[in-house]
Design a protein around this ligand. Structure first.
Ligand code: CA
Ligand code: CA
Ligand code: CA
Length: 233
């Protein structure tokens, strides 16, 4: 499962911090469950890390850390953390905005959230807020496209216009980016049509492939030391 089989038997008896970052090389792929520890018999509840720090802007799924010793690195742009990069990740950003889109005409119809680190997965540009800029970043960096591309190909053109017509004046659950709700307000209307016109580019967008986070390494630092930390026999 893991090159070099860096499995550890570990027992923690003091307050410990687990830091997951990118600066210490240890092979690990995106979205591949990574066996970090081999707990002797599951991790006792009172033996857990005092905190888990995710360094370098990386996001990890640690839901299996204590029962199976496994962590999984999320892929960039997977804002709803379902393991797939698709239009639902754009919808998730719009549904978790902490700041109303500055150019929005009218009163933003969704509830604006108060920023907290729990929203970090939607803060794809890493500026400590969930805003329209995150949608732009998501589109440009992870989909290599732009506003108006309902089908998330790399052009804003007639196919997208047809999608907008097909969903004209629709709103509510089930309406999102794929249905041509480009401004994320939950309704397909003239504002989305205006956005489509503003970004009309049937010849295609030309964003360079992202240099963004495709971390090839995992780092493990355990601060404070382990009371017992030995390689599995
Ligand atoms: Ca996703
Ligand atoms: Ca942001
Ligand atoms: Ca809309």
């Amino acid at each position: 499962m893991v090159k070099g089989t860096p499995l550890f038997r570990a027992h923690l008896s003091e307050k410990k911090i687990l830091a997951l970052g990118s600066h210490i090389a240890e092979g690990c792929g995106v979205r591949k469950p990574f066996q970090l520890f081999n707990w002797p018999a599951g991790m006792p509840a009172n033996d857990q890390f005092s905190s888990i720090k995710m360094d370098g802007g990386l996001q990890w799924n640690v839901s299996q850390l204590y029962n199976a010793g496994i962590v999984t690195l999320y892929s960039g742009g997977d804002t709803n953390r379902d393991g797939v990069l698709n239009s639902l990740d754009i919808d998730a950003i719009y549904q978790h905005l902490t700041v109303a889109p500055p150019s929005y005409v009218g009163i933003w119809p969704r509830t604006l959230l108060t920023w907290s680190p729990a929203l970090a997965q939607c803060d794809v540009n890493g500026d400590g807020a969930v805003t329209q800029d995150d949608v732009t970043y998501e589109l440009n960096h992870y989909f290599l496209t732009n506003y108006g591309a309902a089908n998330l190909d790399t052009a804003t053109g007639f196919v997208d216009f047809q999608t907008l017509l097909n969903n004209w004046q629709n709103s509510g659950a089930g309406i999102g980016w794929t249905q041509a709700d480009f401004n994320g307000d939950g309704t397909v209307d003239f504002l989305d049509f205006q956005m489509l016109l503003n970004y009309w580019s049937p010849g295609g967008w030309n964003f360079a492939p992202s240099e963004a986070p495709e971390p090839a390494s995992v780092s493990l630092i355990i601060l404070g030391g382990l009371a017992l930390f030995r390689r599995k026999a």
